[in-house]
Design a protein around this ligand. Sequence first.
Ligand code: XMP
Length: 321
Amino acid sequence: MKDKEIKLTELDVDKFIKEKVRGISSAVGKGCAINALSGGVDSSTVTMLGHKALGTRLKTYFINNGLMREDEPQRVVSLFKRLGVPVEIIDARRQFLGALKGVTDPEEKREAITQTFYKDVFGALVKKSGAQYLLQGTILTDVDETVAGIKRQHNVFEQLGIDPHKVFGYKILEPLVQLRKDGVRKVAHVLGLPESTYNRIPFPGPALSARVIGEATAERLDIVRRATVIVEEELAGTDAFQYMAILHQDRVTGMRDGKRDFGLQIEVRCWDSVDARVAKPTRLPYETLERLAERITGEVPGVVSVTYNITTKPPSTIEAV
Ligand code: XMP
C-alpha cells in the first residue's frame, strides 16, 4: 500500500485539506474529473475536496441505483446546491436491478454492483464528460477488509492488483485512503459540511442490497427501505455508530387477523464502534426494541418477525452481506 495510515491523533486537518486539494489539482492538470456522490460522509468529503481543487472541472453525479434510502436523491442534490456544488442525477436503476437479478451469493452481489458502477455507469459518464479521472471516497477500513478477504468492498481495486485504467479506461484518485471514519468526519466538518452529514451514520457502497439476504429485487429492496426509515427514525437519538434493518431470506410462521401468515423477518442491528474495525451491539433500552418491533410489523407489509442482533464484530461483520 502506497500511503500510510493517518491516525486521528496525528491528523492536522487544515494541512490534510491543503495537501489533498493540491494533489487533486496536480493529478488532473487542465483536464476534468468526475465523482459519484452518495450523500454519505466519505463521498461528500471527496466532493468538497474535488470542488475546491477543480471547481466546474469536477462533474458530480448522484447515481440513482435503485438501492438508496427513501428520498435520498432529492435530499443530496438540494444539500449540495446550497453548498454551491451542482449535482446531476443519473437514473441507473434498470442497470443495477438487472445486474442483481437472480444473484444470491453475497460476494457475487458485491461484484455485480462493482462491475455495474465502474464498467457500465462510470465508463459511460467518463466518455460523456471527457474526464480522465474518477474521484472516490475509499477509506482505509474498506481496503483492509478487502485485502484480508473478508468482504470485497465495492470500491477497492489497486490493492487487489487491479489497474482501473486498464480495466475501466480511467484513473481513480482516493484522497481519503489514509483515513478511517473518525478522521473523515473531522475533515468533513472543517470543509463546511453540515453536522447531519459529518455525523451521519455510515452507509455502504452496495447500499440496501447489502441489507437484503438473498436476491435483491425491487420489491425486497422496497421492504428493507421502509424498515430502514423506521430504524433510522427510532434510533436517531442514540449515539450509536451505525444502525440498520436487514431483510432475511427465510420466512417464518406468524399470524395476522387470526390467520396464519408465513411472513418476512427483519433483523435490526445497532453498533457501538469508533472506526468499524471492531464493534459491539448497542445496549438499547427494551422499550426501544419493543417500539421497533411494533412499528416494523405494523408498517412494513408482510413482516411478522423482528429480531435484534446481539453479536459483536468479530465474528459478525457490520453489514449482513
Ligand atoms: P463490515 O460489514 O465489513 O462494514 O463490517 C464495515 C464498514 O464498512 C461499510 N461497508 C462498506 N462501505 N463499500 C463501502 O464504501 C462497501 O462495499 C462496504 N461494505 C461495508 C459498513 O457499512 C461499515 O460501516
